[in-house]
Unconditional design. Structure first.
Length: 373
């Protein structure tokens, strides 16, 4: 098994480089916290990872973590607090193969029924939740990604994973190593085998639209629901996706893997228990595009009308056409801020990509000019 070392490079009083080695932490000091650390901070595994299950029961046992990545792929995580072995490889394939054979409704029920436990948010209907997040339905064929995570891996398991990753199976390996210095614990992540990018597409848009139109009529909000939906579609120049529970408005963004994807920013939800009312639900990512000063001003304007979910998403209830007309100027400011914030983000990404490309070009030229031994 490979050994990972960590050093700190400092400068002594004479300006000379000084190398300080970090002590490796005994595995037992890290392994007990690994799963909890990942649940609290899933981004240490994948950016924009959404965990939807923990210790989820299957016929082959309880899978450690179940998530959805930024591209909308279902991801199974098998965590080993110690060294990963070939038994872990067989175990994660068993879990993924079971989930891949479930029909859409079976998969949705399986995940929904087991959510809301051990630090995972409750999802009432996973299939609807997925559509709202990614503006599309679950893929017809569940090609599930597999991530093995541990505090080390033995040679046989590494050899098996390397072989599988070269086939059509999407399996990856990530190991963590713990270090200690001055009473602080540090984690280093080593992605030994990269995951692939999968394509998931299918759109039951017509069916969803028919269900939504019936719901709008049954809940008696048709006199202002479509006025609200037209407003957000035009103000955001967004992609409007119908779900049985309401419209969602998505803007195009690049995912962590660099592929284009639509991300939901605002949804107009309908609830059977709240007839005559429409809920405006703002995704937390929408707040990231709005300056703190502006959002504070918006909160002051909305007063008691604005509420927040457990994970910080703002919600506002609208119960009449008159109330919507009063709220409309506020949401004009919100939509404008979201668009401007998106432009700032894209401009920053372009600058960073240009700087990275320029640096690579400089390093390439230096390597060409360097004398050859």
């Amino acid at each position: 098994m490979k050994e990972i070392k960590l050093w700190k490079i400092a400068v002594d009083e004479k300006g000379k480089p000084l190398v300080e080695e970090f002590n490796n932490v005994n595995q037992t000091e890290t392994e007990n916290y690994l799963e909890e650390i990942i649940v609290r901070s899933p981004n240490i595994l994948l950016n924009d990872l959404k965990l939807v299950g923990r210790q989820t029961e299957t016929p082959g046992g309880a899978l450690d973590l179940l998530g959805v990545d930024s591209d909308g792929n279902l991801v199974v995580f098998e965590l080993k607090r110690g060294t990963l072995t070939r038994e872990a490889v067989a175990q994660i394939i068993d879990y993924a193969s079971y989930l891949s054979e479930l029909a859409h409704d079976e998969l949705s029920k399986h995940i929904s029924d087991r959510s809301g436990k051990l630090g995972i948010d409750k999802i009432d209907d996973f299939r609807s939740w997925y559509q709202e997040q990614f503006s599309r339905d679950l893929p017809m064929i569940h090609k599930i990604k597999m991530f093995l995570v541990g505090l080390g891996v033995d040679d046989r398991a590494r050899r098996m994973l390397s072989y599988l990753s070269k086939s059509d199976i999407d399996i990856s390996l990530t190991t963590f190593y713990g270090f200690e210095r001055d009473g602080n614990i540090f984690l280093a992540r080593h992605v030994e085998i990269e995951s692939k990018t999968l394509d998931v597409t299918t759109h039951p848009k017509k069916s969803n639209l028919e269900k939504l139109q019936k719901r709008v009529k049954d809940l008696q909000v048709d006199d202002f629901y479509y006025e609200m939906s037209s407003f957000f579609r035009n103000q955001l120049s967004a992609y409007e996706w119908p779900n049985p529970s309401g419209y969602s408005y998505s803007l195009s963004e690049l995912t962590e893997s660099g592929s284009p994807s639509y991300r939901v920013y605002i949804s107009l939800y309908l609830f059977d228990a709240q007839p005559g009312k429409v809920q405006i639900y703002m995704q937390p990512r929408a707040l990231e595009k709005i300056t703190a000063d502006l959002f504070q001003s918006i909160k002051d304007s909305l007063g008691s009308k604005i509420k927040f979910t457990g994970h910080g998403a703002p919600v506002i209830w609208v119960k009449s056409s008159k109330e919507w007309k009063e709220l409309r100027p506020i949401f004009e400011k919100i939509c404008t801020a979201i668009i401007e914030g998106g432009k700032r983000k894209r401009e920053q990404e372009v600058v960073e990509e240009f700087q990275e490309a320029s640096q690579d070009s400089v390093e390439t030229e230096k390597s060409k000019e360097a004398p050859q031994n």
